[in-house]
Design a binder for this molecule. Sequence first.
Ligand SMILES: [Zn+2]
Length: 196
Amino acid sequence: MDDSTSSSAKWHNNESIPQGSCTNNTPRTSGIEAIKEGVRIETVASEYGEFKLAGAGRLLGRCVSPDHEDKTPSMTVFTETGTFRCFGCQAHGDVIDLEGLAGRHADTWTAMVALSVRYAVELPGRSETWRRWQSEKLSIEAVAERTKFEVRCRRLFKLMILNAPEIQKIVDPNERRAEIALCWESFRTGMREVRR
Ligand SMILES: [Zn+2]
């Protein structure tokens, strides 16, 4: 069995991979290496189906090809070589071929991009854009997290402090307002400490 097949292998029986629109001048091979190093084939396989250990370094599951209705598990994933083969439809290749097959990608490049995004693997030659995109994504996520935290703070404050008898029984509205302001400060500080 030839499991040293590269990502230029056929993943469909009678259809060769069209050459993709690689938008930069990066040699594809280095991108392929980056993906193979950064993405475990068994992880991708388990995204598309249920794979069970069938021996040392071998996982068995139903074929992930949308075109192969696999009644009995025919696909083996070789974790040591990072390759797969379906003994039903003969689809085979590496992790990028697997993504290409299961994700119905038109070419190798889009399969590589999909994996690089899902598994946060940097593709060579895209480092600048990728890094900017990553840090922007992280910043946006941090802002969203902080906002959600503030919402939780306000809801809890209303529920646990604002309606508490200790506050409610202060008759003078100015005094009550001042007390609420003090409470909010200490509540928020306390919540931040809890969060840490
Ligand atoms: Zn198959």
